[in-house]
Design a protein around this ligand. Sequence first.
Ligand SMILES: NCc1[nH]cc(CCC(=O)O)c1CC(=O)O
Length: 315
Amino acid sequence: MTRVIRMGTRGSKLALTQTGIVADALRATGVEVEIVKVTTPGDRSMAPIATIGVGVFTSALREALLRNEVDVIVHSYKDLPTAPEPGITLAAVPPREDPRDALIARDGLTLGELPPGSKVGTGAARRTAQLHALGLGLEIVPIRGNIDTRMRKVTDGELDAVVLARAGLARVGLVGVITETLDPIQMLPAPAQGALAVECRTADVDLEQLLAATLDDEGTRAAVTAERSLLAALEAGCSAPVGALAEIVEDLDAEGKVVERISLRGTAAVDGEDGAVDMVRAIALADKHQAAQLGKDLAAELLDLGAGALSGPAQ
Ligand SMILES: NCc1[nH]cc(CCC(=O)O)c1CC(=O)O
């Protein structure tokens, strides 16, 4: 391909880093890449995500792609709405970073060491609901802003801790500030957390093939397919209290042969007694090629357990 590939990105440090990772992988195949900055309404507003809407970071990039101003866009996969976008193809899902959430607490504390009444900052309904469900007596404080803004609230003493995606911290070289990587037993990540989504125009078939051949990771794609299928079946947006984590695991088939399967854990909020938010959890295992069905089946199980009572972007 002799053309220059224009990659659209938001201007945040995380977005530039993520786009840079993909740009470098493409350049390594010999193609020329140009980076184009796109401003999104999500970058201009500091209002809670629940009020400005799902897709606030991703739709301006998609519009630039459809207007032919750029050729490739890279999203944090978990920020994408579940509905497909006409004219746009998910060309590649690169290998995932560690999907878990991370705690950054004062004095090097872990979650269990934070005294009752400690103030923990997060903007995500999913994290809020799971932190409450742990029963540690923590006070959850809604926050927004980029990684640096959130971390500063701990350094300044305004909060005792914040919870952030480990992947974002890792990509910008900040794993050193993490005081505890949260076990999925305590905190299931957002569906597709830690994964990137690389999109191009559906009509751009040659580019789609190049992106898939260069960047796509089969195991990551299967895992995020299961997690996002669960999310879609619960009809919840990215800001809703739904956590999911799929992992490729080794299992034995009926003849005792080692086979790869996909394990999926999910959690969703239900209305508890006297207004409290409870979480229900479930786990299931399926053939690696049944990822989408596995997500649907686990969603059905969570709905049976009472999930869905709190649908929509509950904050
Ligand atoms: N909602 C914002 C957002 N979108 C993607 C990431 C981190 C990177 C990732 O999960 O891939 C973050 C920040 C966070 O949740 O801490």
